[in-house]
Design a protein around this ligand. Structure first.
Ligand code: ATP
Ligand code: MG
Length: 393
């Protein structure tokens, strides 16, 4: 059984046929050796970008200045990157220039960790000039070459090391770890977008507790925007998604949704999630949520608020996930769309034109159905509405 997808195998075959070298590299090789299913098959090649474009009929320039061309092979998009080395890094985050080269070893040498500096040929031969396989077997994250130089070049690598702790459960090799401590403050040179992307992956790791300890131990925590090393954060790990991780950081670090969303340049969807969690958290009453709270939020929001509540008040009585979902599912409706009537019905029933009154009465009907003062049935709602309408006149 061969490695990679059909399309990626074919891309390598065609590059080889044209006289170039091409191999699998990156996370997919690492994950494959760990016995995990990989899906992102990055290819590195000795062909220069314009040469890659000449080999294939369908290509897209996605990052041609860095050597990356997207090849469409039987509709499958495959990233092909020319072997490259990187020059000096004057800003601790990107190389001043990249140089395309013809030897794989030079390309592997610029990669961050030994476990990420492995290559696999189309026929399954491993190329491992830096002892990546041994480190994989020992569960070690070790910088390729001199760790001080590597973190000084690109400070994001420090956070990547810890992200791999979270996802793989590995330890950081001692020299590498000490170097992170020495260079921790340089994380401020890295763009928040890149930090956020690594943090998103960090939150979802199964070993995020270990990763949070490493962030504290290396003192990276002191230089990440709005962070906390509170033990409480460790205790509620692992998390069920990046949003849950961010929400826990918000609550335990006593940050507001807006502060955190701004500091990490979050999307509106992410900001909305944090705002809702904060809302549900503050409304949590007497070990339960009111019907209005259940109705206002999704299960994801409510469950995250509950986890946060428990992290902050461990003595309090818990609301179980089962209880929460059954209470939520028992609601007569989950949104206005679930109502069996609409504004047009109301206008018909009393023969009046539309106006502000329609929306106001739809709100009243929504509330009556939600609180089970009236069944969600067109006939019952009409009856309830005509009664109430007469009474208010
Ligand atoms: P994942 O499975 O999460 O995608 P990955 O190892 O593939 O993990 P990517 O960010 O996709 O991570 O990067 C692909 C490869 O590029 C890495 O395996 C590594 O060899 C190299 N790489 C990525 N970022 C850096 C960096 N900042 N410095 C050096 N090499 C890097
Ligand atoms: Mg990858």
């Amino acid at each position: 059984q061969s490695f990679g997808s059909q399309g990626s195998q074919e891309v390598i075959r065609q590059l080889e046929e044209a006289g170039y070298e091409a191999v699998f590299v990156g996370g997919a090789v690492r994950d494959h050796l760990l016995g995990k299913v990989a899906n992102d098959f990055d290819i590195a090649t000795s062909a220069f970008p314009n040469e890659v474009k000449n080999v294939f009929s369908q290509t897209i320039d996605v990052g041609i200045e860095h050597g990356t061309v997207l090849v469409l092979m039987q509709n499958e998009p495959i990233e092909v990157t020319t072997y490259r080395t990187e020059s000096t890094y004057s800003d601790h985050r990107r190389p001043d220039a990249v140089h395309f080269v013809r030897t794989l070893k030079d390309d592997l040498q610029r990669r961050d960790f030994t476990i990420n500096a492995l290559a696999l040929t189309r026929t399954g031969d491993l190329i491992d000039p830096f002892g990546g396989q041994t480190d994989l077997a020992h569960g070690l994250i070790r910088a390729v070459g001199n760790p001080d130089e590597r973190f000084n070049e690109d400070a994001l690598r420090m956070l990547r090391a810890i992200r791999f702790v979270s996802v793989l459960g590995f330890s950081i090799e001692e020299e590498t770890s000490l170097a992170i401590t020495r260079h921790a403050e340089k994380i401020r040179y890295v763009s928040i977008e890149r930090i956020k992307m690594e943090m998103d992956k960090l939150w979802t790791g199964q070993y995020v507790g270990q990763a949070l300890k490493a962030i504290a131990q290396t003192n990276l925590s002191a230089y990440l925007p709005l962070f906390t090393t509170s033990e409480k954060l460790l205790h509620c790990a692992p998390f069920e998604g990046p949003e849950q991780g961010w929400a826990m950081l918000m609550g335990i670090g006593h940050f507001t949704p807006l502060e955190l969303a701004r500091a990490y340049k979050m999307s509106n969807r992410e900001k909305g999630f944090l705002t809702q969690v904060a809302h549900a958290f503050f409304n949590r009453q007497k070990n339960d949520y009111t019907i209005v709270d259940l109705y206002a939020h999704s299960i994801d929001v409510l469950w995250t608020a509950e986890k946060l509540y428990h992290a902050l008040y461990p003595e309090s009585k818990r609301v179980s996930y089962e209880h929460l979902t059954s209470a939520w599912e028992a609601l007569p409706i989950h949104s206005k769309d679930d109502l069996q009537v609409n504004g047009k019905d109301l206008m018909e029933w009393i023969g009046q034109r539309g106006g502000r009154w329609v929306g106001e009465w739809m709100d009243k009907i929504e509330s009556a159905v939600l609180h089970q003062q009236c069944d969600n049935d067109a006939f019952r709602i009409k009856e309830w509405f005509l009664n109430e309408y007469k009474r208010e006149k």
